[in-house]
Design a protein around this ligand. Structure first.
Ligand code: KE4
Length: 433
């Protein structure tokens, strides 16, 4: 691996970005990739291998984004590549059932006790959107509760921001999202069980579901406070609403299987993504048979997808779960995260910089804050300019962090001592004022 250059040229990334800006809005296929919240030129990636990325200027980075979570085995894991290659040789998609979908669904059912059936989609957005539709159909109610700072994909009804006030009717969070489509979305502060209790007391009978990232990752890593998830479970059960765990990010990340097993709270519907596709497009919503058999064609709740259950993605997911469930594999990624956590804290303390590292399993966020981050309001109070400076110092030193203070970092089973040594070296000089 190349040593961190004093100044890493970005000539080819800059040229690539200029070309991309001419034909792709913002030069990217997903907003966070554009470096807008940290500034500078996004690095165009040429290759990934294990824990490392190489950009088009030939610079190597220890990757702590891992495509936003899917690559828990690291880039181009040989078992995953072999599985994809073997499947691709027999064709890439059929628009017909394959045994691969059944095999991956059986694997998920065996791992998650609250799940009896699975429906695959191609993205987390689709899976969450469909889970919401299923919850509304099953309860005959319209209201959906989400938490400020949690992200569940870009379906209109979920692009709802919080207004002022404890539990507010969602406000459109994007042009093009109409007030009507978020009129049934209620936004509450994460970890605020009292607000939920007030809300349910007032209008519990109109609420179809509470939708949550059981460990928030999209405002940075914010764990549920003790009793919060249990409280959601008993409130929703008491009022006949469903509890939907969006485990697109937390699945196989905060625990070897799922947040619901880490905290011992079983939701009615589980949404998965990222890791189950092994780096290819796949997500799923899942739950008990009596709910899932409402989905077409078994039942009337319509949902479909040309490439849902795609054979390549199923093969990559199966190979990933096969490798991940071997003894010690997940644990090695979690141990690396714990060692990185200590290293961040150690170097920040030496530099006299207030840093609060929040970590669950293999995902973590260093907040520039001296106070704990319990919710989105807390996250917004952290020093994002400091994070942006830190991000670039680390990038120049060969560490690829999320280009946003409100994201999670991810580790993999491919991260080892060499990567930790590179992190230590980078952190020693990363605290630019
Ligand atoms: P996709 O539609 O991007 O596959 O999944 C949406 C989604 C749903 N639920 C949770 C908890 C998620 O974290 C996501 C997507 N995560 C972001 C990272 N914060 C993906 C990165 C991006 O948007 O480019």
């Amino acid at each position: 691996m190349s040593a961190p250059a004093a100044t890493r040229t970005t000539v080819r990334s800059e040229a690539a970005f200029a070309a991309a800006l001419r034909v792709l809005p913002g030069g990217v296929s997903s907003p966070v990739r554009a470096f807008r919240s940290v500034g500078g030129t996004p690095r165009f990636i040429a290759a990934g291998r294990g824990a490392w990325l190489t950009d088009v200027d030939g610079h190597d980075f220890v990757d702590l984004v891992l495509s936003w979570g899917p690559l828990i085995l690291g880039h181009a894991h040989p078992d995953v590549i072999a599985a994809i290659t073997a499947t691709a040789a027999r064709g890439t998609t059929f628009g017909a059932p394959t045994e691969l979908e059944t095999a991956l669904a059986e694997r998920i059912v065996a791992l998650i006790p609250s799940v009896e059936m699975v429906r695959f989609t191609s993205s987390g957005t689709e899976a969450v959107m469909s889970a919401v539709r299923l919850a509304r159909a099953a309860t005959g109610r319209n209201g959906i509760v989400k938490f400020d700072g949690c992200y569940h994909g870009h379906a209109d009804a979920l692009l709802a921001g919080a207004g002022s006030g404890v539990a507010t009717l969602g406000l459109p969070d994007s042009p093009g999202v109409t007030a009507a489509t978020v009129a049934d979305t209620i936004v509450v502060a994460f970890n605020d069980l009292a607000a939920l209790e007030q809300l349910f007391a007032a209008r519990g009978e109109s609420i179809a579901a509470v939708l949550i990232e059981p460990v928030a990752g999209n405002m940075g890593v914010v764990p549920p406070e003790p009793g919060f998830l249990d409280g959601l479970r008993s409130l929703t059960r008491r009022h006949g609403a469903l509890l939907v765990f969006d485990e697109v990010m937390t699945g196989f990340r905060v625990h070897p299987v799922a947040a619901q097993l880490l905290y011992g709270v079983a939701p009615d519907i589980t949404v998965l993504g990222k890791v189950i596709g092994g780096g290819l497009p796949a997500a799923a919503y899942a739950g008990p048979r009596q709910l899932m058999e409402r989905i077409a064609p078994a039942g009337p709740v319509y949902q479909a997808g040309t490439l849902s259950g795609n054979p390549l993605a199923m093969s990559a997911g199966l190979a990933t779960l096969d490798a991940l469930t071997q003894p010690g594999v997940w644990e090695s990624a979690a141990l690396w995260a714990a060692r990185a956590d200590e290293m961040f804290a150690h170097h920040a303390a030496r530099a006299g910089v207030p840093l609060r590292v929040q970590r669950v399993g293999t995902m973590l966020t260093p907040f520039f804050s001296d106070a704990p981050v319990r919710n989105y309001a807390d996250a917004r109070r952290t020093d994002r300019d400091a994070y942006a400076r830190f991000f670039h110092a680390m990038l120049d030193a060969g560490i690829y962090l999320p280009p946003s203070a409100f994201e999670a970092m991810f580790t993999s089973a491919a991260h080892g001592d060499a990567e930790l040594a590179r992190l230590d070296e980078a952190l020693a000089g990363a605290w630019r004022r």
